[in-house]
Structures are given as C-alpha cells and as structure tokens.
Design a protein around this ligand. Structure first.
Ligand SMILES: *[C@@H]1O[C@H](CO)[C@@H](O)[C@H](O)[C@H]1NC(C)=O
Ligand SMILES: *[C@@H]1O[C@H](CO)[C@@H](O)[C@H](O)[C@H]1NC(C)=O
Ligand SMILES: *[C@@H]1O[C@H](CO)[C@@H](O)[C@H](O)[C@H]1NC(C)=O
Ligand SMILES: *[C@@H]1O[C@H](CO)[C@@H](O)[C@H](O)[C@H]1NC(C)=O
Ligand SMILES: *[C@@H]1O[C@H](CO)[C@@H](O)[C@H](O)[C@H]1NC(C)=O
Ligand SMILES: *[C@@H]1O[C@H](CO)[C@@H](O)[C@H](O)[C@H]1NC(C)=O
Ligand SMILES: *[C@@H]1O[C@H](CO)[C@@H](O)[C@H](O)[C@H]1NC(C)=O
Length: 844
C-alpha cells in the first residue's frame, strides 16, 4: 500500500495542481472528505468510541454511521450523497459544522439523542445540500436560528425534545421544500407569525405540541397548508377559536388540539371533508355549543376525543355507527339526549366514556353485543331503566361504570363477564339481592354497589375474589358479613346497612333477638341431630373453598411515575394485548392513558412469597440501571400472583425479528445486539451487587430500541417465584428448552455459566439467522447441535453463516462463531465469563 502511494506521487501532485485550477472534478471531493469528516469527528467527544474506527485507511463510505448513496460514490462523486446517522451515541462537544458543511453532497445529518448541551450551531446553515436535519433530543438550547432558512433543499427538520427558546422565526417560511417540521417539546414562546405558514405548502407533518409558553391564536394560514396530514398542536398555549380555514385540510389523518385554551364553537361543517381523518382530539379546552354535524362523514375515524369541554346538545347521531370508530371520549361536558342503539355486529367500538354529562333514557341493549367493547362508562348522567343483563355478551368487557344515574331494577346475573375487572353501580336505585354469581367472575377486582336499595345478605362467594374495593355502604343489606371480606380487604365499606352484623359492626350476629328465643330453643332440640350433621358438612365445604382460593387484596408498587391503576392493569390483561408467552405466563403490551407503553409479565404461579418478600426482591431488580437492561417500572402483587411491569420498546423483541419472514438485519446491527446483550449480562454478573443471574435469557427477552440497541428483560424472575416454582415452570416450557444449559437438570445451584450458555445460543441465532428452535426435527432440533454437526466439515462455516450477509462480514462472523461455540460448550468451565465475551465482541 505504502509503496504504491510513493510510486504514484508525481501523478498525484499533477492531479492536485490540475484540480486547483479547474476546481471541480471527481477526484477532488474524494480525498478531502476524509479529512473534513475527521475534523468533524475531532470536534466531538465520543465516550463510547462509536466513531473510533473512522480512519483514513478505509473509504469513508464504509465507516460506521456513514451512508453513501449506492454505487454513486465510486463512479460519480458530484452526484453522490452522504448521510451521517449519529443518533444515540452519547456524543457531545463543539460541533465543527464548518468542516462538516464542506462535505460535498451531505444530504442527511442526524445528531439526535445525544448530549451536546449547546446552542444549535449557526454554521449548519452552510450545509447547502442538506435534505434532512435531525437534532431531536440532542440537548440543544437557545434560540431557533433564522439562518437555517438558508437550507433551501431541506425537506425534514426535527428539533423535537430540546430546550429551544424564543419565537419561531418567520424567516423559516423560506424553507419551501419542507415536508416535516417537528418542534415538539421545547420552550418556544410568543405568537406564531402568519407568514410562517403561508409558504410551507409541501408540509405534511407539523408538530408544535408541548411548547407550553406559546401564546398564540391558531393562525388561519395553517388551514391553507393543503397537504397537511398530521397536525399536532396539543399542550401549547393556543387560544381563541378554530379558524374556518381548517375545514379545508382535506388530507388530515390526525388532528390533536387537546390541552390548550381554545374556546368558542367548533365551526359548522367541521369534518365534512376529512375523508382520511383517523384521530381527532379536541379534549381539555374550553369549546362550547353543540358539536356540529359533519364528523359522521369521517369514514375512517378511529378515535373521537372531545372530553373536558363545555359542549352541549347531542352527539352527532352518525358518529356512533362509524365503521372503524374505536374510541368515543366525551366525558366532562354538558352533552344531552339519548344514547342510540349501536350496529352491534358491525361496530368496532372498544371504549365509550360519557361520564359527567346529561345523557338520559336507557342504556342501549346493544352495548353488550359489540364484540370489541371493553370499557363503558357513563357515570353522573340521567340514565334510567334497568341494567341490560347482556352487558358482557362481548367477551372483552372489562370496565362498567354507570354510577350516579337513575337506574333501577335488580343487579343482573353477569355470568358471562369473564373479563370484568370493575363494576361500579353506586348511587342508583338498584334493588333486590347482590347476585352470588359475581363471586365466579375470575378477574373482578372493584365492586362499588353503594347507595342503592339492595337487600339480603352479602354473598359468601364474594370471598373468592381478589378484591381491591368492595363498597356496599348505604343499602339495606342484612345478615352476617362473610369474615374474609372484613379481614383481608383494604377498603370494605359496610356502613349505612343497619341489618348487617359481625365482628367490628354495631350488631353481633350471635345474639338473636329476645322474642324469638323460646321458639328457637324448641326448634334446636327437635332438629339437633340432622342439624348438627348439616352444619358440619357446610363448614367443611366452606373451609375447603377458602383454602383453595384465598382472597387477598391487590397491591401496586411503582418505581417510576407512570399513570396506571390496578384497575387499568387488569382491564388490559386481555388476549388481544398478548405479545409474548413464556414459561411463567403471558406478556401483555399495555398502552397507558398518556400514550406511553409498558410490557407486563404476568407470573401466574408465583409460589408463596409474601408481599414484603416480593417487594424486597423487586427492589433489588428495579435498582439495576444499565443501558442494556430493560427498566422495571413496577409490579402488582396478590398472594400467588405477581405481575412485573417493564418499559417497552417499539421494535419488539429479537425473536420477533428472527421469526419474521425475512431476517434482514445487517451484520453490524447484529453485532450491536450481541454486544449490548453481553454488556447487560456482564453488568448483572460482575458489576451489580448483589450479583443477579438472568436464568431465562432467550431472544424473546431481548427487546430492541429504535436504533437496535438491545435491552435485556425478564431477568431474575426466579427471585420472585422461588426455586421450586421456577424450575417446574421452566420444565413445562418446551419452547425455550434450547436456551437452557445442559447441566441445569443435574446442578443444584445455578451459575453464571448457564447464562453464558443461553447467550451463546442467542449469538448463534444472530450468526446463522436461524431460530434457536429448528423447525421439525428432520435434521436435529436445536441450533447448538445443528451447528456442532457442521462446524468440523470442510465446507462447514459456509453452511453455518447466514448467507444473506455479505461476504465482507465473513471474517467477523467467523470469529463470532468461534466465540459462540465456546459459550455453548457442554462443560461449563470451558465457557468464557461475560466480561471476557464483551471484550472479544468489542474487537470484532
Ligand atoms: C454525474 O451526475 C450528474 C448529476 O446527476 C450528471 O449530470 C453527470 O452527467 C454525471 N457524470 C457522469 C460522468 O456520470
Ligand atoms: C474545523 O475544521 C476545519 C477544516 O478541517 C479546520 O480548519 C478548523 O480549524 C476546525 N475548527 C475547529 C474550531 O476546530
Ligand atoms: C451544560 O453546560 C453547562 C455549562 O456550559 C453546565 O453548567 C451544565 O451542567 C451542562 N448540563 C449538562 C446536562 O451537562
Ligand atoms: C429523528 O431521530 C429520532 C431518533 O433517531 C427519530 O426517532 C425521529 O423519527 C427522527 N425524525 C425524523 C423526522 O425522521
Ligand atoms: C414566500 O414565497 C414567495 C414566492 O412565492 C416569496 O417571494 C416570499 O419571499 C416567501 N416568503 C418568505 C417569508 O420567505
Ligand atoms: C364535570 O365536568 C365539569 C366540566 O364540564 C367539571 O367542571 C366538573 O368538575 C366535572 N365533575 C366531576 C364530578 O368530575
Ligand atoms: C363508598 O360509597 C360511599 C357512598 O356512595 C361513598 O361516600 C364512599 O366515598 C365510597 N368509598 C369508596 C372508597 O369508594
């Protein structure tokens, strides 16, 4: 290499002198680009060494995080474009933008999710060829520089999630090619200048949400941006009315104006032209007047949210029968009128919330027939008539709240409510007895029947439930209170029922009233023999029942502030939310009120640990902080059952990727996943005290964040369920046998090396592109044996390495394969320790 350079030196000099005179040519750009990029790199602080391999000895197009347009780089440099994707690398430092902007054809620049802690560099305005600039969550502060308006070719500008202050400079209107403008979550203030939007006619995504210091009316010019598809203006201090011009935004798919100070009526005709609208959110403003007709023409609408305003009149009649509508939220308004029957077979409604309005008439019979319906709440209205007994013909129904209405009649038997978590019927005119069959509803947790006219006894069957709330106060109930309801429950409300008796209540059940005493004595003597026998059998049956299914209240402990209640948690334990099944139970994906998502692992047979024991163990696990370990957000406990709440990542799990029809991840990303998992495990094994073993490592427990940075989840479950339950669950889980080290069955005490084995299996999945479990044992059924059978063949490696990965990566893959084979050695002592694995992977 060196000698050829010397040989060509005169030619090079000649070329150079030519270039100086003729200025633009293919060769000119090629050489300095290295230097420019290296100057740029030199200006950065790169704690993780993500750019360490940038060096002039390799073509810059091959450097990590640099993309050149295919082939163009080699043949026609003047038309080649370069993009830098430097998001999420922990970078900081004083960006040398003047070097960067001299890179010819620099089209894409992402510095998102870093730690720059500086103002937006003015010099970026010299990057004349930029098409996409992403500085989101980069810890930038200070004003939004008007100079960026010089980037005439910019189609996407993302400054979301920084601390950008001051007004939005009207000069940005010069960015006529702009399609995406995301300024969400900053500290922008003042009024939006009308000129800003007059010229941005190509914009289809505009997000100004979460800028609470803006004090602006909605500029009517926004309505002229005819290509807008997504318009997010929530939580940003907008005031005044919706301009009529908004009616012309015919391409809108999502409109969110929630949590502002908007007022006035919604303009007539609103919705008539929104043929593509999927989501409309006007909630938490000061809108008034009736909601105009027109929204029923939004045939694709899925979410309709207008809660927390002062709307009056009826909801537009056609709304209820929109074919794709899933959510109606209209609570806390002054809507009135009757609720229509629904097109039950055709409706896809999941959630209807109408609380705190003035709706009247009966509850529609068809509510229970909508198969997707999981929440119906209409408390604090003027509804009358009886409660339909088919409310749970829909298998999903989880939350029913019709308290504070004028309903009457008996509480129906709700036998088919297998998913019902919460039943709130308080402050109505219900009469008759509490149906004993409520005790058979498997997940019923909240019961509020207070302030009705219910009579009879509290059914002993309610003791079967794991209740968090039972409120039966202010009824006309009588008789003994089932003992477990009083002892085990946090919030049993019994007051206002003079006929109830039992420990802690004014009446003692044992003291029969005087006038009946004589008679009772005679009867007792007469039937003594049979009576005693019956009593004994009855008592035995009850005791057995309680031993088998003892109730204990639910306790929710959160280590991070998320908005979830036990009630919502249970409502979400529904088949449609299942994203994974493992040895210990199912994993559910739950979307919270605020849009955040969490994954919940529901451990069904969690042994006999007390709340205190589980809490201590969970604390140990929740304190673990590492970028490759999924955070535990909290847990929910009841005797015999624990649910663990984890953070969730958009890209799902590694297993999802491997099982996808085509596993397309490139080698660099696969290596990143392997290294991340190894780092996470090394942290658990060697750095965290107390040392934590994972013991259930498998590709479905490797979650992937946006940039393929992995997060290991599902660790340490054995601490919460204890060894015996842990082992028996694992044994029953045939699907994940191939991740388990062979010595598991013979060893009493688990070791680090068992995790290393599981890691080796994951590494093999990444290398071969095949799932750990090989489909049908034509050859052999797990990946370790599959690899072992080939590795010593002459052409072995070629058969093993994933053919979809280009040959240039072969050397690295070969080395990774050797490592994976060591990790999956039959003898534990031959496996490397996790920190050693990390070191080896770093060299690849
Ligand atoms: C290089 O690309 C430019 C712009 O696309 C084009 O005008 C020019 O003809 C190309 N030159 C060669 C040698 O292909
Ligand atoms: C930025 O890079 C240029 C070009 O390589 C160099 O001349 C300049 O000194 C650098 N600026 C800073 C502040 O490092
Ligand atoms: C940002 O820089 C300032 C000094 O320039 C420093 O005081 C502050 O702590 C830094 N913030 C962060 C988050 O590093
Ligand atoms: C900017 O980068 C972040 C982080 O990689 C990404 O989530 C976001 O979608 C990007 N913005 C645009 C407009 O592509
Ligand atoms: C808007 O576009 C017109 C040309 O259509 C141009 O003259 C005007 O300067 C632009 N406005 C801004 C603020 O850039
Ligand atoms: C009912 O809604 C109004 C707003 O329309 C609100 O002020 C009031 O607090 C709500 N009442 C309850 C009990 O939530
Ligand atoms: C129970 O019901 C009564 C009467 O409706 C009410 O005053 C009380 O706040 C309720 N308690 C709970 C915890 O819901």
């Amino acid at each position: 290499m060196a000698s050829t350079n010397v040989a060509h030196l005169p030619l090079y000099l000649l070329l150079l002198s030519l270039l100086i005179t003729t200025s633009s040519s293919a060769a000119e750009a090629e050489q300095p680009v290295h230097d420019l990029l290296l100057s740029f790199k030199a200006s950065l602080h790169d704690p993780a060494g993500a750019l360490a391999s940038w060096s002039s000895s390799t073509p810059y197009c091959n450097w990590p995080h640099v993309t050149c347009t295919a082939a163009a780089a080699a043949t026609n440099t003047s038309s080649a474009t370069v993009s830098l994707s430097l998001q999420g690398l922990g970078l900081s430092g004083d960006i040398n933008a003047s070097a960067l902007c001299r890179v010819p054809g620099l089209a894409g620049l992402s510095l998102a999710s870093n730690a720059f802690n500086q103002t937006v560099p003015l010099q970026l305005s010299r990057c004349a060829s930029l098409v996409s600039l992403n500085l989101s969550a980069g810890a930038f502060w200070g004003p939004l520089p008007e100079q960026l308006a010089a980037l005439a070719g910019l189609t996407s500008l993302d400054l979301a999630g920084n601390d950008i202050e001051g007004t939005v400079p009207p000069g940005l209107a010069a960015l006529r090619a702009l399609q995406v403008l995301d300024l969400r979550g900053n500290r922008l203030s003042g009024v939006l200048h009308p000129a800003l939007f007059r010229n941005l006619t190509s914009l289809h995504y505009l997000d100004l949400s979460g800028n609470q210091f803006l004090e602006s009316p909605l500029p009517p010019q926004l309505g002229g941006m005819a290509s807008l598809r997504w318009l997010f203006l929530q939580g940003s201090g907008f005031s005044g009315a919706i301009p009529d011009t908004f009616l012309g935004l015919e391409q809108l798919e999502a409109l969110d104006l929630s949590s502002n100070s908007l007022t006035g009526p919604v303009p007539p005709g609103f919705g008539l032209k929104f043929q593509k609208l999927l989501s409309l959110d006007l909630s938490r403003n000061g809108f008034s007047g009736p909601f105009p007709n027109g929204v029923e023409k939004c045939l694709m609408l899925q979410r309709f949210e207008v809660q927390g305003n002062a709307f009056t009149g009826e909801l537009p009649a056609g709304l209820w029968s929109l074919p794709d509508l899933q959510v109606i939220r209209a609570e806390n308004n002054r809507f009135s009128g009757r609720l229509p029957e629904l097109p039950a077979g055709a409706s896809r409604l999941e959630q209807v919330q109408l609380d705190n309005n003035s709706f009247s008439g009966a509850i529609p019979q068809t509510i229970g027939l909508v198969r997707t319906m999981y929440r119906f709440s209409a408390s604090l209205n003027e509804l009358s008539g009886s409660l339909p007994d088919n409310l749970c013909d829909s298998p999903a129904m989880s939350i029913i709240d019709v308290s504070r209405n004028a309903l009457s009649g008996p509480v129906p038997e709700l036998r088919s409510c297998k998913s019902l978590v919460s039943l709130r019927l308080s402050s109505n005119g219900f009469t008759g007895a509490i149906p004993a069959s409520l005790g058979d509803l498997p997940v019923l947790t909240y019961i509020d029947l207070s302030s009705n006219g219910l009579t009879g006894a509290i059914p002993a069957e309610l003791q079967n439930l794991k209740l968090a709330l039972l409120n039966v106060s202010y009824n006309r109930l009588s008789g003994p209170v089932p003992p477990q309801l009083v002892s085990g429950l946090p919030a049993v409300f019994l007051e206002g029922n003079p006929g109830l008796c039992g420990p802690g209540l004014p009446n003692n059940c044992d003291a029969p009233s005087r006038e009946h005493q004589g008679l009772a004595l005679a009867a007792t003597v007469a039937s003594f023999v049979t009576g005693a026998a019956l009593l004994a059998i009855g008592a035995f049956a009850i005791c057995r029942k309680f031993r088998g299914k003892k109730s204990s209240p639910w306790k929710l402990v959160l280590f991070h502030p998320i908005k979830i209640t036990v009630e919502e948690l249970f409502a979400a334990f529904h088949e449609k939310n299942v994203i994974g099944r493992g040895a210990f139970g199912k994993v559910y994906l739950i979307e919270l009120e605020d849009g955040q998502r969490v994954a919940v692992k529901r451990l069904l047979s969690s042994g006999k640990l007390t709340f205190r024991e589980v809490k201590n163990e969970m604390k140990v696990l929740a304190k673990i902080r590492h970028k490759n370990i999924a955070k535990i957000t909290g847990f929910c406990y009841s005797e015999g059952e624990v649910s663990v709440i984890y953070e969730y990542f958009q890209k799902g799990s590694l297993q999802d990727m491997i099982y996808a029809p085509k596993f397309t991840l490139g080698w660099n990303d696969r290596l990143k996943v392997a290294l991340g998992v190894a780092q996470g495990l090394a942290y658990l094994h060697h750095d965290y005290t107390p040392c934590v073993l994972h013991r259930d490592l498998k590709s479905s427990n490797v979650l992937l964040a946006d940039d393929f940075e992995p997060r290991v989840a599902g660790f340490g479950i054995h601490r919460v369920v204890r060894e015996k339950a842990y082992r028996s669950s694992l044994d029953s889980d045939l699907n994940h046998k191939c991740y388990i080290a062979p010595e598991q069955n013979f060893t009493k005490n688990p070791t680090n090396f068992m995790d290393v084995y599981s890691f080796g299996v994951i590494l093999l999945e990444l290398i071969t592109g095949r799932p750990a479990e090989q489909p049908v044992a034509k050859d052999c059924s797990d990946i370790v044996s599959w690899v072992r059978r080939r590795i010593n063949l002459i052409d072995g490696a070629a058969q093993i390495l994933d053919p979809s990965i280009s040959c240039t990566a072969q050397q690295g893959m070969q080395a990774a394969l050797e490592l994976a084979v060591r990790c999956t050695s039959v003898k534990p002592e031959q496996r490397p320790a996790m920190y050693e694995v990390v070191q080896l992977l770093r060299t690849l």
